[in-house]
Each structure stands twice: as structure tokens, then as C-alpha cells.
Ligand binder design. Structure first.
Ligand code: DAK
Length: 258
């Protein structure tokens, strides 16, 4: 796990932690960092001893966006060739639950990264924003789409058109984050939340995550049909037998992920 230079990784019981670690550049997301992060997430996803993932930065900055020095001077074709977005999109292929533990600046691509996670636990000092308008561009990795779905049109418009930055409390009220804690406890609380999730039935967790995300993609009718199929499919799993038997025998289930 020491092959990374722009992130730090660690395993804490059944939770894998990935910490963005370019402090001098405020964790700006360059190609190397994104590739390392997505590679680490893929390896966590393939590891049966890991049940959930936490992505974090430092107390001061989660990430101040994509790396402007990497993008400056590029043409449209060169930006496509840089291919950061296809690296970024790999996060959508991760089946395990991902919690973002966010503190300080969470801007541009940083906010888009946090929104690509399944839940966000924030410190009171977290600030969310999409300042791309100041650079003459627009958000390109979900900052107009996921943000609008999360906070609604009114606030999203202010954020993308006029660089309105919102505090953690505002983000909580708007539905962008799950929980807000003081600076000295947000990270432990994020780990605790991920820890609780990490020991739950793996196949059902993956199906839950997939189905909730599907609610953004499909009509209600199609979503309900897929949900029902996924529900039936789990009746072919050992974990469904175990979960229901354990309930009837008044004992704790032992999940196998099968
Ligand atoms: N990129 C590169 N370096 C950055 C950076 C960034 N986004 N943000 C900060 N830094 C660097 C600064 O250059 C500075 O480096 P030195 O000068 O010390 O070498 C260091 O981090 C500290 O920054 P400041 O001196 O500015 O610190 P302050 O506390 O005064 O201000 C700040 C902190 C976060 C408010 C400020 O640094 C800031 O405004 N940063 C830029 C925020 C921003 O505009 N973010 C949006 C970036 S655009 C894509 C899809 C999406 C995207 C890209 C591609 N595809 C479709 C391929 C996403 C785009 C973006 O995110």
C-alpha cells in the first residue's frame, strides 16, 4: 500500500481509509492523485476484508478542486486527452459504500468528488462551493447535475452562477451532507459511521447502494422493477438465509458475502 505518493491509505478494522495528500496544493486533484485514488478504491472494492471506505483530506482542506496548473493553457482536445474525467468516473463503479469526511475547503472538483461518495460527514468548518465560474468554465464532474439534485435549483444556481459558498450547516439544511460535527470529532464520527456499515451484509449493502443511485437515473416505474428484482435475487444468497435464520434463533447473523 506504499506505492502511492498523492494519497495515504490505511485499513482500520473493516474500513479502508484514503486520505488526499497534496497539502502544498490544497489537495488539488491532478491526474496522478485521481489515478491513485481510483486505483486504491478499486483495490478496496476487490478486498473481501473491507466493508466500507472513507475518503478524507486534512482538517484545513478536503480538496480545492481540480489542479488549475494542470488545466491552464489546454485546448478542448488536450483536456479530453488528459482524460481526468474518465478516471474520475471510476468512482461510480465502486460497489462498497463510500463516506466522505470533509473539512475546510471543498471546492470545484473537490465538492464533485465528495458528492460522488455515498454519504458526506462534515466538520463545522467545511465550506462547499463550485467556483469554476471564476475561471471562465463550468463544473464538469457533477457540479451542475449532482449538486442540483441534492440542493435544488435555487441554491445550485447561486452556487454555480455566482460562486456562492455554503457552510457545513447550510449544506446540512440543503441536504448535501448527512451530518455535521465539531472539527475535533468529525473524522472519528465518519469512521464510526463507516465502521457500523462495514460489518453489515455485503451483498445487500452493494444492492442498496446501487438501487439508491438508480433512483437518480430511472423513472419510478423502472426503478421499482429493478429494486424488486434485486430483492428477489438476494433470496439466492447465503446471507439472506443466515439473516432470517439468525433473527428467528435470536442470535447475531454471521455474514459471508455470498
Ligand atoms: N489547483 C492548483 N493549485 C491550487 C488550487 C487548485 N485548484 N487551489 C489551491 N492551490 C494552491 C495555490 O496555488 C497555492 O499554491 P502556492 O502558491 O502556495 O504554490 C496553495 O494551493 C494555497 O492556496 P492559496 O495561497 O490560494 O490559499 P488561500 O488560503 O489564500 O485560498 C482557496 C484558498 C482554496 C480559497 C484558493 O486557493 C482558491 O480559490 N483555490 C482555487 C479554487 C477553485 O477555483 N477550484 C475550482 C478549480 S476548477 C473535469 C471536470 C471537473 C474539473 C476539471 C476537469 N473534466 C471534465 C476533465 C474540475 C474543475 C475544478 O475544480
Amino acid at each position: 500500500m506504499s506505492e502511492y505518493t498523492s494519497i495515504l491509505v490505511e485499513k482500520i478494522e473493516q474500513v479502508a481509509l484514503s486520505r488526499l495528500n497534496r497539502p502544498k496544493a490544497y489537495n488539488a486533484l491532478n491526474k496522478e492523485l485521481l489515478a491513485e485514488l481510483m486505483g486504491a478504491l478499486a483495490s478496496f472494492d476487490a478486498d473481501d476484508s473491507i466493508g466500507a471506505i472513507v475518503i478524507t483530506g486534512s482538517d484545513k482542506v478536503f480538496a480545492a478542486g481540480a489542479d488549475i496548473s494542470e488545466m491552464a493553457g489546454k485546448s478542448a482536445v488536450e483536456m479530453c486527452d488528459l482524460d481526468n474525467i474518465s478516471i474520475f468516473d471510476k468512482i461510480m463503479t465502486i460497489s462498497k459504500p463510500i463516506v466522505a469526511a470533509v473539512s475546510g475547503f471543498c471546492l470545484g472538483g473537490g465538492s464533485e468528488l465528495a458528492m460522488s461518495c455515498d454519504m458526506i460527514v462534515a466538520s463545522e468548518s467545511a465550506v462547499f462551493g463550485q467556483p469554476e465560474i471564476n475561471l471562465g468554465v463550468i463544473p464538469g464532474a457533477g457540479g451542475t447535475q449532482r449538486l442540483t439534485r441534492a440542493v435544488g435549483k435555487a441554491l445550485a444556481m447561486e452556487m454555480v452562477l455566482n460562486d456562492r459558498r455554503i457552510t457545513a450547516q447550510e449544506a446540512l439544511q440543503a441536504g448535501l451532507v448527512n451530518r455535521v460535527y465539531p472539527l475535533d470529532s468529525y473524522f472519528d464520527e465518519a469512521l464510526k459511521l463507516a465502521g457500523e456499515i462495514s460489518v453489515r451484509a455485503p451483498l445487500a449493502l452493494a444492492a442498496c447502494k446501487k438501487m439508491v443511485n438508480l433512483a437518480y437515473e430511472k423513472s419510478l416505474k423502472k426503478g421499482l422493477a429493478e429494486e424488486r428484482q434485486a430483492f428477489y435475487d438476494l433470496f439466492d444468497s447465503e446471507d439472506q438465509d443466515e439473516g432470517m435464520q439468525a433473527f428467528l434463533e435470536k442470535r447475531k447473523p454471521e455474514w459471508k458475502g455470498k
